[in-house]
Design a protein. Structure first.
Ligand SMILES: *Cc1c(COP(=O)(O)O)cnc(C)c1O
Length: 381
């Protein structure tokens, strides 16, 4: 990072705020010599279940594994169809194909970037077994419009909450936390996620004791007691060091989420002052949502040129996602074509993630907004 440049995210600044607490937690685990699962992991599972208001949580080795374990617990088998969004990270879909399932895509809503309930309804067939909504960039999907209709058909919902730790939504006259709406909620604690570990880690939240017990077996080779295997699971456990670190960071997550929300509000003001509405569409917090701004993603005209210009001005930005999942070469066998999901495809050409992390400062955000304004004023001449 060149000096004076503004990064997309800055884990060093965040670490500096909790360094002493984390070192103490890590040393406690090292002295215990209990490195995989064990009491530290059990404590984290209990604390995070309390935070999420989930009946149970079962940790595992990554967000990708959380999705795979969830679909295993929901008995996804070869030929089963699973409906999901074409606008997400790769793992949302590869977990389906890994089990031999068939991904069926439904297009997104242009405003929230999330999967659209009417399109999900159209995608249901007699072979639909599950639904994976992704709360993309930290804002929850409008599931109240679809989840009841699906569950009455026996279709289970496994939320992909990898980007939405701490998000909630007011619906059906209650507050629903990400990960507790469907049968299962899958989380990633990849270091750059809002609640990040110091390596790979993940978790499944469950509203059912039965599913949670099954997940606890599946993550240890399908074994409930030593060397006796009732079914074939995988090896996917959380390290105690990650759990100890996550316990520290969980204590601060509300503050950090509010800081992200405050930074998003500031972007809103800075862009309004510069009257860039013709070129930049800001992310929308849809009514009832608590957006956690895992990413602050705008739609920009001439996006690629803008990104290049920002880089020259020392402002980092990222494209999430440059290619919709139905157009990935490895999913060519599914038979989808360009034009099948026009909203998702349009977004892949316009989306640009601006710097967003809890410690981002107002002067840095001013520089981001100024650089964007400079780009468009130059182009206008
Ligand atoms: C990060 C992410 C995952 C995968 O999580 P890992 O912990 O990296 O395996 C899955 N889905 C979405 C939407 C993600 O952003």
């Amino acid at each position: 990072m060149e000096s004076g440049s503004i990064p997309s995210f800055d884990l060093k600044r965040n670490y500096a705020r909790v360094e002493a607490e984390i070192k103490e937690a890590v040393e406690r685990v090292m002295a215990s010599t209990q490195f995989i699962l064990g009491p530290e992991v059990a404590e984290f599972e209990r604390e995070v279940a309390g935070y999420l208001e989930a009946k149970r949580t079962v940790t595992c080795a990554s967000g990708t594994d959380a999705l795979i374990l969830a679909l295993m617990a929901l008995d996804i088998e070869p030929g089963d169809e699973v409906i999901t969004t074409p606008f997400s990270f790769f793992a949302t879909v590869s977990c389906i194909t890994r089990l031999g399932g068939r991904p069926v895509f439904a297009d997104i809503e242009p405003a929230s970037y999330n999967i659209s309930a009417p399109h999900v309804r159209e995608a249901v067939t007699a072979r639909t077994k599950a639904f994976i909504p992704v709360h993309v960039f930290g804002q929850m999907c409008r599931l109240e419009d679809i989840i009841g209709a699906l569950s009455s058909k026996g279709i289970a919902t496994a939320e992909d909450c990898a980007q939405a730790f701490g998000a909630h939504r007011r619906a059906d006259s209650r507050i629903i936390r990400a990960g507790t709406w469907g049968e299962l909620g899958c989380f990633s604690f990849f270091p750059t996620k809002n609640l990040g570990a110091f390596g790979d880690a993940g978790m499944v939240a469950s509203g059912s004791e039965k599913l949670a017990d099954r997940l606890s077996r599946l993550r240890v080779h399908g074994s409930a007691s030593s060397y006796l295997h009732d079914e074939i699971g995988i090896n996917s456990r959380m390290d105690a060091i990650q759990a100890a670190i996550l316990r520290v960071r969980l204590r601060h997550i509300e503050t950090w989420t509010e800081e992200r929300r405050e930074a998003a509000r500031r972007y809103g003001l800075l862009f309004a002052e510069r009257a860039l509405g013709e070129h930049i569409e800001l992310p929308v917090e849809t009514p009832g949502n608590r957006h956690t701004y895992h990413q602050y993603v705008v739609r920009a005209t001439r996006r690629d040129e803008l990104q290049k210009f920002l880089a020259e001005r020392g402002v980092a930005s990222r494209v999430y996602y440059p290619l919709a999942l139905h157009l990935q070469p490895c999913f060519g066998y599914l038979g989808y074509r360009k034009g099948d999901f026009p909203e998702a495809e349009k977004l892949t050409e316009e989306a640009l993630a601006l710097p967003m992390f809890p410690e981002l400062t107002m002067p840095e955000q001013e520089r981001v907004a100024d650089a964007i304004a400079e780009f468009y004023s130059k182009r206008a001449k």
